[in-house]
Design a protein around this ligand. Structure first.
Ligand SMILES: Cc1cc2nc3c(=O)[nH]c(=O)nc-3n(C[C@H](O)[C@H](O)[C@H](O)COP(=O)(O)O)c2cc1C
Length: 188
């Protein structure tokens, strides 16, 4: 697949199943991630792979977050939350560990993690895999971060769900950019 085709046809997967990217594909996906633009070469990215039985643990983290933030939440909702971890055979938590520097503000390091996540989605697509990018409350929860081995100030850019999609996603519109672009006029 040409790079321009991967860029123009990227869509979130609707549903994902086995097979997950294997070690070779995952290596290429991470190689693409660390080609993200990185001001100051700080390498702020952190990646946590969640697969197989660890998805159960991840689902419990999501459910525990829901329980903490919604008093009296029912078992049905908790179970729905747990099942989110099984939306795909493999999840990569993409995070930024920011160094607090005047020259490279934290936002630039988080943006770099976002760029890495996008590169991962595109690499997955080019390799024949589908992806979804999710966050939600758990991405901002210090307890979830701690359980994932992250520090409270680390920023989770996304939970990337990776796997194989049945069929092609519907084509994206090509003209969506038109009302977002304007040109700065020359002169004062
Ligand atoms: C930082 C970030 C967080 C997101 N979090 C969620 C989320 O928690 N739930 C969700 O349904 N979509 C989330 N999205 C949006 C989807 O990943 C997706 O891009 C959007 O639904 C548009 O669909 P498309 O990717 O097919 O164009 C997030 C996107 C970004 C960039």
């Amino acid at each position: 697949m040409q790079a321009i085709d991967a860029l123009l046809t990227r869509r979130s997967a609707r549903a994902l199943s086995e097979p997950a990217p294997d070690e070779g594909a995952l290596g290429l996906i991470f190689s693409a991630a660390v080609r993200a633009p990185d001001h100051g070469r700080l390498r702020p990215w952190r990646f946590i792979v969640v697969r197989s039985g660890a998805r159960e643990r991840f689902g419990e983290l999501l459910a525990a977050h829901l329980r903490r933030t919604h008093a009296g939440v029912g078992e049905e909702s908790l179970q729905r939350e747990r099942l989110k971890a099984f939306r795909a055979p493999l999840i990569v938590v993409v995070a930024a560990h920011c160094q607090h520097l005047a020259k490279v503000p934290d936002i630039e390091q988080v943006l770099s993690a976002g760029a890495a996540a996008h590169a991962m989605m595109l690499a997955a697509r080019a390799l024949g895999f589908g992806a979804m990018w999710k966050t939600g409350g758990p991405a901002y929860d210090p307890a979830v971060k701690a359980a994932l081995g992250l520090e409270p100030e680390d920023a989770i850019a996304g939970f990337l769900y990776l796997g194989t999609e049945a069929g092609e996603p519907p084509p994206a519109r090509r003209d969506e950019w038109r009302d977002l672009v304007r040109e700065l006029a020359p002169g004062g």
